[in-house]
Design a protein. Structure first.
Length: 212
């Protein structure tokens, strides 16, 4: 690492060729780009890498959603990064060389809003689910105009279906119409609420597995 005084080019931050410019303790510094390690990862390191990849592959299709519904971004920790961190710790199980998502622990939103109360899901006809809940908008951190958020995942085809603003908290019921690709398949279901004005969410709730 080298330090340098203000020159004709001035300080810079970021990568330029084989060096990186930054500030460290108030000084402009240059660092060479570290070479990639040729040492193979330990079994524990490889396991963690594989686990991270598995979680990322599962959540990546709903990354734009999680970027707006999962907690609050702080510094370098984006909402999606927080979602990855949570699921790494809480929502995956390791069996031999394979991983398994713990669907009951999966969250599609996290925040201070009041959550879904007494949800009931039924299957009235093919391609459709009916959902009802108790309107609890008279409680703290629960607003009548909180938008319902529902996410379904079909393991057989590894696809998500997202329903945003399908209904409001005060509506107490809604119908979920699925695309034909989901018809006849089992889906894992989660639901929560979001509030557009405050940019807040409720921590989602797992609703179970249903045939579409």
């Amino acid at each position: 690492m080298a330090t340098y005084q203000q020159g004709i080019l001035g300080d810079f931050s970021g990568k330029v060729g084989p060096v990186i410019g930054a500030r460290w303790r108030g000084k402009a510094v240059l660092r060479s780009i570290p070479s990639k390690s040729q040492k193979p990862p330990s079994p524990a390191q490889q396991l963690q890498r594989d686990k991270f990849k598995y979680i990322h592959n599962f959540l990546a299709p709903i990354k734009p959603l999680l970027a707006n519904t999962f907690g609050t971004a702080t510094g370098s920790r984006s909402c999606y990064n927080q979602a990855i961190s949570y699921h790494l710790k809480e929502a995956v199980r390791h069996h031999g060389n394979a991983f398994e998502m713990l669907y009951t622990k999966v969250l599609i939103s996290m925040g201070p809003l009041c959550g879904l109360e007494q949800p009931v899901v039924t299957h009235p006809e093919n391609g459709r689910l009916f959902m009802a809940w108790t309107d609890n908008s008279n409680q703290s951190m629960a607003y009548a105009t909180d938008a319902l958020l529902v996410v379904a995942y079909a393991p057989a085809i590894k696809q998500f279906a997202c329903f945003t603003a399908s209904a409001y908290r005060e509506d107490a019921s809604c119908v979920l119409d699925f695309e034909p690709v989901f018809h006849g398949l089992e889906v894992q279901l989660w639901a929560g609420f979001t509030h557009s004005q405050t940019q807040q969410s409720a921590t989602s709730r797992y609703l179970g597995c249903y045939m579409v």
